[in-house]
Structures are given as C-alpha cells and as structure tokens.
Design a protein around this ligand. Sequence first.
Ligand SMILES: Cc1ncc(COP(=O)(O)O)c(C=O)c1O
Length: 364
Amino acid sequence: MKINDWITQIKRVRNPRPNNSALLRCDAAERLNNFEPDFFQSFIQSLTQEDFITYPSFQDYETLKASIASHINLESEHIYISTGSDSCIKDVIQLTCSSGSEFISTSPCFPMYFVFAEMFKTRFVKVPYTQKSPPSVDSFLQAISDKTRLVILANPNSPVGDFRTKEEMNYLCAELEKRSILFLIDEAYIDFAPHDSLDLIKRYQNVLVVRTFSKAWGGAGARVGYLMGNKKLISWVSNLQLTYPITGPSLKYVLHLLNNKEVVEAYIKSTIQSRDSLCSILENNGYDVLRSHTNSIHFHEQNRNNQQSIDILEQHNVAFKSGNLKKGSRLSIPYDDRTTWIRMSVGPGIEYHSYIIEMLSAQR
Ligand SMILES: Cc1ncc(COP(=O)(O)O)c(C=O)c1O
C-alpha cells in the first residue's frame, strides 16, 4: 500500500487507567475533585439538542475567543482555539517544521512533543536534565543548528515541575528572535505557578504561548486549548485549523467555567496550599520529594524502594504513575538512579486522604 511508512513506525503509548473517580484520579494532572452539583447542573441545563445535532456556529467560536480574550486581557485576534493544547502544539510544529528540520525541547518533556516530531519527520533535539538544577537557558541556544525551526519549553515544565524566571524567559525570547526561531511557551500548568509569560508575545515577534482548560480549569474531557501570539502568527496558524475544532457542548462548558472564574480560582488556591503542605509532610516523614510548580509532585521513600507506598496507593485504587519493581516499568527523574519514583497529581485536601495517612504511618 502506498502510505507514509514513517507514520507506521511511530510508537504510541496508551496506558489503561484503573479509574477516573474523584480524589483517586492522580495520574493525569486533572482537577482532582468534582464541582458542586449545582454548578455542574446549571451547565447541563444549558445544553440543547441543537448542540449535538448541528455544527457549532462560527459566531460561537468568536464568543469563546472573546471570553478568553477578556480573561487574559488581549484582543480576540491574538487567540487561536483548538482541540486541547495538544492540537495547538501540533499545529505550531506543522507551521514551522517539515522533513529534515529540527526542533528543540527538554528531555524529559510532555511526550507528545516527540510524537509530533515523528509525524512531521522532524528531528527532536533534546536538552537533557543532567543535574538537580534544570538545564541552563544557554543549553537551548547551544542545541541550535541551521536546521532548527522551533524551540518548545513548558513553563512550569512537566513532568519535573521546575519554573523559569522572567529573566530567563526574556533572554530566550530575545536570543531566539535574533536567530528568527519561533519560541513556543507551553503554559499548561501556569495557574499553579507564580506568574505567566504572556507579556512576551507583545514584546517579541517570535513568541507563542499555549494554554489548556484540561488541568486547573477542570475541563480535560472538553478538549479545549488555545494559543496566544501576535496577529500575524495567529493568522498563519489559523490556516491549519479544522473547520470545527471544538464541539458545541465543549464550547458551552468552557464558557461556563470562564463565566464562573471564582470557582476555578478557589480550586487553584487550595491546590497550591495542599501541594506545598503535602510536600512538607512527606519530607518530614522519610520521603525525598521533588517539589513542583505544577499540580503533580514526585516522591520516593528515602531508605527503601517505594514498594510499600506503591502497594498502599494500589490497595486504595488510586490512579498514579510509578516505576514498578514487580512489573519492571520505570519512572525515573533525570539525576537520580532510582527508577521507582511515584508521580502523583494533587488537589485540595489531598494531604488528609486516607491513602496518604496510611503511607505516612507505614514509614514510621
Ligand atoms: C506540558 C503539557 N502540555 C500540553 C499538554 C496537553 O494537554 P491538553 O491536550 O489536554 O490540553 C499536557 C498534558 O498532559 C502537558 O502536560
């Protein structure tokens, strides 16, 4: 068959997940608890048959863009919406990269970056984490060749959770602009971090920022993400947009979230508090902890192989990520020999959940 053979070689990993119940879904950085029934019911009551029978209207997309625009203090022309930030990132890679080109990001990173690289026959150039501190900003510049078309950096980064300063981001934008290289800043976890980089899209010609409703906003199932950049970049990437990138019900759901921002803001505030408090509790109870500016953290029993903690989380049916000695799978962090780290998403009050209490008492 005459098909693109490089597509047949792409390896996709789709792990089954044990459950997606509230307070137990700790493997995908989603909102951990459910919304109040009244809040969700008022969205359900806004749905009509037409939302499912008909295509969304272009006016509906404009309404969503206008609502996002007012949330972030930009004009609609600076915004591009698509099916999750996943799809926005793919569109930016397609805009810049093609066979024989290169793009740069960290290793580890959000795994879809290198899947997209393979789709577009582009070489993914890794800037590795090799020590406790994240790779220097100069290491991105050192990785540039005459084939480099794009640099992607998640800030905060995932899965490690580190956060770049304003100065670092500014420096990278300026250096990449001098070299005419597009810089995509992935802000999937920005709500859990000290500040964003949105002002950089006004200051530099080569900068795009991507965000999602999947994490802090509690909308992973709606699949809505958006890109922000100068009007020229946004109009170019819009040439790649699907006719109807977001479904009618998803549009309504995300508008409901934007219209009730205070509900989301309260969730973010308590998630940050609980994240930091859980990290301290773990540190004081025999765990090594990798603190994070996202809503996921890593931890490992200081003097043991983490099996006891993994067993307790599994007994409680918690969905989480881990390296597993029994199954031979590996979850490592870059500068540590241990392959059995636990990665867990956090949310309000997680430090009081029975599985955490049990884990802590097993350490004593
Ligand atoms: C850093 C980062 N970027 C982008 C995404 C994609 O999220 P979504 O497609 O749900 O918007 C994820 C999801 O885990 C992520 O971790």
